[in-house]
Design a protein around this ligand. Structure first.
Ligand SMILES: [Zn+2]
Length: 383
């Protein structure tokens, strides 16, 4: 029990403390309310820092965008991000043996991508083709698209890239009308042709779960969605993340001979669900592009995942080969070291959310598979 005298003493003490605090605030005007966007706390942990500027084994980056085909515009033009003369030294410095340029376009654009990259440098660049979405409403589209894939392979394309356009942007009249479903049967001949020609399908479906939720104070990607409001798929007529995921599963089930690489760890933070899909669909693989922020903050689950699916995980970044010099290092550090609590992207840019990641120190046998053996097998490249 506390008596009246002690109570007054406590109150007096509290008032004095509050005054001291007020005084301190006057002395440190920088402690005024801080906008969230300006808050950039530095970790005070004194942790081990391993420099890994170069990968331990010469790797294949399965997911890059050196060029961009016209995805919904329907023109055969190609945007070129960089020339091989500039990219090859960048690759050598990081021990990147090969880059797969997924967005190689179609028609004349594809020819241009092949001419510039894989024809002169067949051991350094691979080019994938993209579907000609704008012709979807033509009556003969299913067969046209399948033929287009066959022609692309004859020209030198090694696989097909499906952007998240399918499921989230592509509509019946290309940009208007109802959204076209991921498992729309008009694409069946394309999936079958890809399987028959042993062309892997690199497919991005959906996006982080937080992009489908309200952009409010509970959204862990609030900063990112403030910077890119158009990345939100909340409301309107967008399907849910799970509907998109399940539609992709139906295509994998319908086309068991076609190899699918589900990009961004199958676009799911839910490794249990991704594991269930991998168990159910032997033709499914995943890449790790742009998902260090997810894998690296659950290092024990991630390590188990790599152990279990070591033959079906591909190294990939989603880079454009012209990124800043520190772009690859967090990937190498995550896979090769047991460093703790480090940024998943070069600062000041880690924009997915306000957290850091942990390395999973893969053993050499798994590292070799993830860095190049799995990709080489899918692409039909000798190692
Ligand atoms: Zn990408």
């Amino acid at each position: 029990m506390i008596n009246r005298r002690q109570l007054w003493a406590n109150i007096a003490g509290a008032v004095a403390a509050a005054e001291t605090l007020g005084h301190a605030q006057e002395k440190h005007p920088e402690s005024k309310p801080l906008p969230l966007k300006d808050f950039q706390p530095k970790s005070m942990l004194h942790t081990k820092v391993t420099q890994v500027p170069k990968a331990r084994y010469a790797l294949i980056d399965f997911h890059t965008h050196i060029t961009h085909g016209d995805d919904l515009g329907g023109t055969e033009t190609l945007k070129i991000g960089g020339q091989p003369g500039r990219i090859l030294p960048y690759m050598d410095q990081r021990n990147i043996r090969m880059m797969v340029n997924l967005t190689g376009g179609y028609g004349r654009g594809l020819e241009q991508a092949l001419d510039l990259f894989s024809r002169p440098h067949p051991d350094r660049f691979v080019v994938f083709t993209q579907p000609w979405w704008s012709r979807l409403s033509e009556p003969r589209y299913p067969q046209f698209q399948a033929d287009q894939i066959e022609r692309a392979q004859k020209a030198g394309a090694k696989g097909i890239k499906i952007l998240k356009t399918l499921g989230l942007y592509l509509r019946e009249n290309v940009k208007t009308g109802k959204l076209v479903k991921v498992d729309d049967t008009r694409f069946d001949p394309m999936w079958e042709t890809a399987g028959a020609l042993k062309m892997p399908v690199a497919i991005h479906t959906s996006d982080p779960e937080a992009f489908f939720l309200p952009v409010d104070r509970f959204n862990e990607r609030y900063d990112e969605l403030q910077n890119h409001p158009d990345w939100s798929f909340y409301g309107r007529d967008f399907p849910s993340n799970m509907e998109l995921q399940e539609a992709r599963r139906r295509i994998m089930r319908r086309h068991p001979k076609t190899q699918f690489v589900c990009l961004h760890v199958a676009d799911s933070e839910n490794l249990e669900y991704v594991s269930e899909c991998l168990d159910a669909h032997p033709n499914m693989h995943v890449d790790i592009a742009a998902r260090l922020s997810e894998l690296g903050r659950q290092p024990r689950a991630a390590r188990n995942f790599f152990d279990r699916y070591q033959d079906r995980i591909l190294f990939a970044t989603d880079g454009d080969a012209l990124n800043d010099p520190g772009f690859y290092e967090p990937y190498f550090r995550f896979l090769e070291t047991d460093d703790e609590y480090f940024p998943y992207a070069p600062e000041p840019n880690p924009e997915d959310g306000r957290w850091q990641i942990y390395g999973i120190a893969l053993p050499d046998t798994i590292l070799r598979k993830v860095y190049y053996q799995n990709a080489a097998r899918l692409l039909g490249i000798e190692t």
